[in-house]
Design a protein around this ligand. Structure first.
Ligand code: FAQ
Length: 311
């Protein structure tokens, strides 16, 4: 039996109204948002690592400037999202500590290594491509601060995807060795990119409730299908082969049939056993420790400011 408050809340959700920080909300709604927005924020921050790895080795000054700007954008996205999560009554420090204790997740994709320069193209094209597919839908999410953060993030993210695709066009029109590097990157990133949408609907524990609350707008499988349909023609234009022998246009559905990722691999990666999980967490924990003196300095300075004004 729903309480009066809950009934009013659900009526607002059904009307498509945005829920704002000071509005009444069910505890489960708040918790789900903290989990999802927090995980999303952590993904943006951890997501800087595989790309940051290539800033010093970008092949030209122009590519280096572009990559630097992109990696900085990801830090900005992390900040908008941490701020959105903070409106729900958790601090950024608490979320950071939960991440470091292994009690919060970040996207599975960032546990795969970026082995060569073509991987930077594949990350932009496929990883940002998958991220946008999910985030465009989330612009309509029911929680106001999350929805507004998504609108801004999507604008920057489309630029990110373009830069990745542009990098791959260059490589695919380059030497046979460059084209082979691009194909190799595609082979390694295709299935991990499909995994970004989460487990198949039958294994998605949160989808039903999150969709009833309009936190999620689409199911994991719906968005994965849209991503495949959008990406196949882009791969064709590049002259790259998608590593899936069963990929075929299904006339009846008006969509591609495709092979699902290896779900055992997915669950293994989110349990902490992917190729880079340990490195990623170690890098974040070290960065947090390295920044301690700076955070303390800032806090001490902030305390002094009002005193100085009085004097
Ligand atoms: N990785 O019941 P569901 C980016 C977990 S984009 C890790 O279906 P839900 C931009 C899930 O948390 C990437 N864990 O869950 C960028 C749950 O476990 P829990 C970030 C995953 O929440 C690009 C369990 O599996 N984008 O960073 C994943 O309803 C390039 C059961 O799953 C977002 O976070 C996964 N892929 O649906 C940056 C988008 N999938 O928490 C740098 C917002 C599922 O109970 C460079 N998030 N799990 O322990 C969402 O839309 C949703 O949270 C889903 C998952 C769709 C990811």
């Amino acid at each position: 039996e729903m309480s009066e408050e809950e009934k009013t809340f659900m009526a607002r959700i059904e009307k498509g109204e945005k829920i704002e920080p000071k509005d009444w909300m069910p505890e489960g709604y708040r918790k789900t948002l903290i989990r999802q927005i927090g995980q999303h924020a952590h993904s943006e921050v951890v997501g800087q690592l595989p790309e940051g790895n290539w800033i010093t080795r970008a092949p030209t000054l122009e590519r280096k400037a572009i990559l630097l700007a992109k990696v900085q954008d990801e830090a900005g996205h992390g900040l908008y999202l941490y701020s959105a999560a903070e409106t729900l009554g958790i601090s950024r420090d608490e979320m950071t500590e939960l991440l470091h204790a292994g009690k919060m997740k970040y996207s599975s994709i960032f546990n795969y290594p970026t082995l060569n320069w073509a991987d930077i193209g594949a990350v932009g094209w496929l990883v940002d491509g998958a991220a946008i597919m999910n985030q465009v839908a989330l612009q309509r999410t029911s929680y106001g601060p999350y929805s507004r953060a998504m609108i801004r993030i999507c604008k920057e993210e489309s630029f990110h995807q373009r830069q990745g695709y542009d990098l791959l066009i260059k490589m695919c029109q380059g030497s046979p060795e460059q084209k082979a590097m691009a194909q190799d990157a595609m082979n390694r990133f295709w299935y991990p990119a499909l995994m970004m949408f989460g487990p198949s609907d039958k294994d998605s524990v949160h989808s039903e409730q999150s969709m009833a609350w309009k936190i999620k707008i689409n199911t994991n499988d719906e968005l994965r299908q849209k991503f495949v349909d959008q990406t196949v023609p882009q791969a064709e234009y590049l002259g790259l082969t998608i590593p899936d022998e069963n990929l075929v246009w299904n006339e009846e559905r008006g969509s591609y049939d495709f092979t699902q990722p290896d779900w055992n691999e997915f669950f293994d990666v989110i349990a902490g056993n992917g190729p880079c999980n340990k490195d990623r967490m170690a890098a974040r924990i070290n960065a947090w420790k390295d920044g301690e003196w700076f955070r303390e300095g800032l806090a001490a300075y902030a305390k002094k400011l009002p005193l100085r004004k009085q004097a």
